[in-house]
Design a protein around this ligand. Structure first.
Ligand SMILES: O=C(O)CCC(=O)C1=CC=C[C@@H](O)[C@@H]1C(=O)O
Ligand SMILES: [Mg+2]
Length: 321
């Protein structure tokens, strides 16, 4: 006998979360709970405004129809919307015990705040010092100076940077000018420096700073081919699609010798713990980019180890079936 439930939820976000120049006040999503023969599987469906092509209100009817068909004994095809395909495939994988339990709860520390706070937090990081810094929000010259100062003053620090395509080639050059050549190899990668892929590749060649693809991965004309200067791809499963598609992208990246980084799309603690398991399974040894729980005001259903945020149980969420 199959049983299923869908929960709809909303978590207020910390005041300062700005995505693609708009303030995001809450994270809104669905949880799917599938049960069969004493087993259980959960999945999260949380389209990210400004990044996902679909909205939550658009996916909800497709998810309800899928879950009802599954509950009635069918094996419906996954919906085409990436967030729905991802969440439903996770629930099925958990139910079938195909999503291994071990998780990589290390997270590249995400820094958006002011440099003074950053220094203290980074210097205190235990173990491998790896952080992700957003660039492109202020002047490129200032970004270059901050990055250089961080690398100068913390000699065992490695940085992932993310410009979200904010720079013209001139601005990208201005940034690089302030990062001493000797420090550039400790930039593990800079995600999407320029508005076009060609400009980003030219930047990597000119500066010796390795780049990574994030937004590009989701463009129709993207293919996995060897490209000098590219060291990594950042895979956001909620924006990618089913777990099978995520696994295919990781395999394609690894076949080219690229680092594949599993990264958050601001999922709840439930989705983040599943991403930590996906990272431990598909990208062992690579620290995932999952340091986004700090932007939330609560955890949902499953706890992220070490987080002191309150955790809301499933019974307190709105059940849709
Ligand atoms: O990749 C990480 O380390 C954390 C996730 C992260 O940086 C992002 C998640 C979602 C939207 C963006 O603002 C940002 C990114 O662009 O990669
Ligand atoms: Mg990015």
């Amino acid at each position: 006998m199959r049983q299923a439930q869908i929960y709809r939820w909303q978590i207020p976000l910390d005041a300062g979360v700005v995505l693609r120049e708009r303030r995001l006040k809450s994270r809104d999503g669905l949880f799917i709970q599938l049960q069969e023969n004493g087993g259980e599987g959960w999945g999260e469906i949380t389209p990210l405004p400004g990044f996902s092509v679909e909205t939550l209100d658009e996916v909800q009817p497709a998810v309800i129809a899928w879950v009802q068909a599954w509950r009635d004994g069918a094996s419906p095809a996954l919906p085409s919307q990436p967030s729905a395909a991802f969440g439903l495939s996770c629930a099925l994988a958990e139910l079938a015990e195909e999503l291994p339990q071990p998780a990589d709860y290390r997270a590249a520390m995400l820094c958006t705040g002011d440099p003074d706070e950053l220094f203290a937090a980074l210097a205190a990081l235990p173990g491998e010092k790896l952080a992700k810094v957003k660039v492109g929000l202020y002047e490129a010259v200032r970004d270059g100076m901050v990055v250089n100062l961080l690398l100068e003053s913390i000699p065992d620090l490695r940085l992932r940077l993310d410009a979200n395509r904010a720079w013209t080639p001139l601005k990208a050059r201005q940034f690089a000018k302030y990062v001493a050549p000797a420090n550039r190899s400790r930039i593990a990668f800079l995600e999407e420096p320029c508005q076009s892929r060609e400009a980003s590749l030219a930047f990597a060649e000119e500066t010796g700073i390795a780049i990574a693809w994030d937004e590009s991965l989701r463009e129709a004309d993207f293919t996995f081919t060897p490209q000098p200067g590219v060291s990594a791809v950042v895979i956001k499963p909620t924006l990618t699609g089913s777990l099978q598609k995520v696994a295919q992208q990781v395999a394609a990246a690894h076949a080219l010798g690229l680092t594949a980084v599993i990264s958050s799309s601001l999922e709840s603690s439930l989705g983040l713990t599943q991403l930590a398991r996906i990272a431990a399974w598909l990208t062992p040894g690579t620290v995932p980019g999952l340091d986004t729980l700090q932007l939330m005001t609560a955890q949902l259903v499953r706890r992220w180890p070490g987080s002191e945020l309150p955790c809301i149980a499933a019974a307190e969420l709105d059940a849709l079936l």
